[in-house]
Design a protein around this ligand. Structure first.
Ligand SMILES: CC(=O)CC(=O)SCCNC(=O)CCNC(=O)[C@H](O)C(C)(C)COP(=O)(O)OP(=O)(O)OC[C@H]1O[C@@H](n2cnc3c(N)ncnc32)[C@H](O)[C@@H]1OP(=O)(O)O
Ligand SMILES: NC(=O)C1=CN([C@@H]2O[C@H](COP(=O)(O)OP(=O)(O)OC[C@H]3O[C@@H](n4cnc5c(N)ncnc54)[C@H](O)[C@@H]3O)[C@@H](O)[C@H]2O)C=CC1
Length: 256
């Protein structure tokens, strides 16, 4: 399924995106790594081999950047089969800080929605144009889009109002996207990870990580980003998975 395929991974220079890039390359896909210019995407591509992977500096919120990445994809590999949206950010502020009489800044809220929700949609709306040019396989399929939400879309903790809203937006757009793109044989599936050992997660205070880790019923540990990449492969490989969000969380339900 992945042998000979071409995949574009946003946020591909770190954490879940990086593990996905490495896994897809191992399975025989060419991969376009899209991440911020400041990221380590270029080094990653060199390590994996520049024939198998290409880094394109991309801010997912920019139409021009995403178009540029699609042009590079077409010029270098001739087609696009899969998009995996991993780029994302978070902030941790309560809705109102009653100690300082200060409301959550609207700028912070908007920033998270812009990168996580609008950025994800921006990449999909432009990228499916290229996927749609593929010849359909015998099942009528032309390609697959995999998004990354979070369990915070369902049980966001205090201080996660912006992040949870941004991820809820991704969960909410999954079915209408799948419906919009069905006529072209493009599937859309979202993964809602629990807690994975990535630079984003380990930037939380150690105490918080230890508490969160213990709250995962089984296995009671942080997930390995490779386990996320393994699910991406399964989603791409299973033609009946569509329009759905899958929790990947060891049965975690986060506490308030
Ligand atoms: C990554 C994934 O996808 C998976 C996950 O979800 S993993 C789970 C991640 N969970 C989180 O990140 C939890 C986020 N929440 C928190 O960290 C905390 O609830 C919190 C920091 C937001 C508040 O902590 P707290 O100690 O209960 O609140 P509080 O004492 O009111 O605020 C602590 C500090 O937060 C900041 N703060 C809180 N509310 C704020 C606001 N509305 N505006 C600006 N700053 C604020 C301030 O710096 C404040 O310090 P001061 O009191 O000195 O001003
Ligand atoms: N680590 C975890 O436990 C969980 C992570 N997630 C989600 O998984 C995704 C990946 O997260 P991690 O790998 O943990 O984080 P990470 O911080 O390791 O990687 C995120 C990558 O996205 C890139 N990025 C950020 N803003 C961007 C933008 N505007 N344009 C292009 N690239 C941008 C960053 O440069 C970084 O390389 C995020 O969407 C995150 O919200 C969801 C649930 C749990």
């Amino acid at each position: 399924m992945l042998k000979g395929a071409v995949s574009l991974v946003t946020g591909g220079a770190s954490g879940l995106g990086k593990a996905t890039v490495e896994h897809l390359v191992k399975q025989g896909s060419k991969v376009v790594i899209c991440d911020l210019p400041s990221s380590k995407g270029s080094e990653l591509s060199k390590t994996l081999g520049e024939d198998k992977s290409t880094f394109v500096p991309v801010n997912v919120t920019s139409e021009q950047d995403v178009q540029q990445a699609l042009e590079v994809t077409k010029a270098k590999y001739g087609k696009l089969n899969n998009i995996v949206n991993c780029a994302g950010i978070g902030v941790a502020y309560k809705t109102y800080n009653f100690n300082k009489n200060r409301a959550h800044s609207l700028e912070d809220f908007a920033k998270v929605i812009t990168v996580n929700t609008i950025g994800t949609f921006n990449v999909i709306r432009l990228g499916v144009g290229l996927i749609g040019q593929n010849e359909a396989d015998k099942d009528g399929q032309r390609g697959v889009v995999v998004n990354t939400a979070s369990v915070a879309a369902y049980d966001g903790q205090m201080g996660q109002v912006a992040y949870a809203a941004s991820k809820g937006g991704i969960v909410g757009m999954t079915l209408p996207l799948a419906r919009d793109l069905a006529s072209q044989g493009i599937r859309v599936v979202t993964i809602a990870p629990g807690l994975f050992r990535t630079p984003l997660l380990i930037s939380l205070p150690e105490k918080v990580i230890a508490f969160l880790e213990k709250s995962v019923p089984f296995p009671s540990r942080l997930g390995d980003p490779k386990e996320y990449a393994q699910l991406v492969e399964s989603v791409i490989g299973n033609p009946m998975l569509n329009g759905e969000t899958i929790r990947l969380d060891g049965a975690l339900r986060m506490q308030p």
